[in-house]
Design a protein around this ligand. Structure first.
Ligand SMILES: Nc1ncnc2c1ncn2[C@@H]1O[C@H](COP(=O)(O)OP(=O)(O)OP(=O)(O)O)[C@@H](O)[C@H]1O
Length: 231
């Protein structure tokens, strides 16, 4: 069976922000997407998952992001095993450990921008004032100062992506999974995405990105090319 191994990261100071995949295999019916994947991403590192359309990049991200199950193998997020855990534990990991940046932005369009940002505070003890201060700062960081009361559906795609980025900054998860984060964005918004991901990386987040974009793949410290995997 073909085995794909991303460049091993040899940080001596292994932070619990790391993501570790061992022997991961996924089928769609009889169709084997990938088999026996071994990947490590340490805190402060970023991995680009590349490969042709249909190679299973999004599926792998969904598995790492706890949105889908693999058929075999293990995934650890921040040192915590994620296979065979209870629904409650999985919900905790989704809330506290992993952050998603997906093409549909993961926002509730009928909510205000502030209400969408508040999702990042679930499970945290913060005063209203603290939340407001953090929201204001995060919106300023992504160039959306004053957008807090806007209904999310009234924002452009690029602006919604930036709200999603602001929410990711507020959540500051240990592991981020991002699916084609530059798709349909102009140059300015792509630069914004990379700058926010870079800030998260510097905070010690492990970042995994599925992408066709050469600039994004080049920004990443490591690469896993699914093109060499059997199909
Ligand atoms: N929910 C699903 N049910 C059945 N098949 C699926 C499902 N999601 C994806 N697939 C199939 O699994 C394969 C891998 O899909 P995936 O979206 O992971 O590929 P990808 O590498 O991300 O592709 P792209 O670059 O086009 O986004 C494809 O053949 C796709 O049609």
């Amino acid at each position: 069976m073909t085995r794909v191994e991303a460049t091993k990261i040899t940080s001596e100071d292994q932070h619990p922000g790391a993501m570790s995949v061992r022997g991961l295999t996924k089928k769609r019916g009889d169709h084997l997407l990938w088999a026996d994947l071994h990947v490590d991403v340490s805190a402060g590192e970023s991995l680009a998952i590349t490969g042709p359309s249909g190679a299973g990049k999004s599926t792998l991200l969904n598995c790492i992001g706890l949105l889908e199950h693999a058929d075999a193998g293990t995934i650890e997020l921040a040192g915590t095993p994620t296979i065979g855990i209870s629904r409650r534990r999985r919900r905790q990991l989704l809330r506290d450990t992993v952050g998603h940046l997906f093409q549909n932005y993961g926002l509730v369009e009928s909510w205000s921008v502030d209400a969408n940002l508040n999702v990042a505070f679930i499970g945290r003890r913060l005063t209203c004032q603290e939340k407001e201060g953090r929201r204001t700062s995060a919106l300023g960081r992504v160039g959306l100062r004053g957008f807090g009361n806007r209904r999310t559906y009234s924002l452009s795609g690029g602006e919604q992506q930036r709200v999603a980025l602001a929410r990711l900054l507020l959540k500051s998860p240990l592991v981020v999974v991002a699916d084609e984060p530059s798709a349909a964005l102009d140059e300015h918004n792509v630069a914004m995405v990379l700058s926010v991901l870079d800030e998260l990386r510097r905070r010690g987040c492990a970042i995994v990105i599925a992408t066709h974009d050469v600039a994004i793949a080049d920004w990443c410290t490591h690469r896993l090319d699914l093109a060499q995997e059997i199909r």
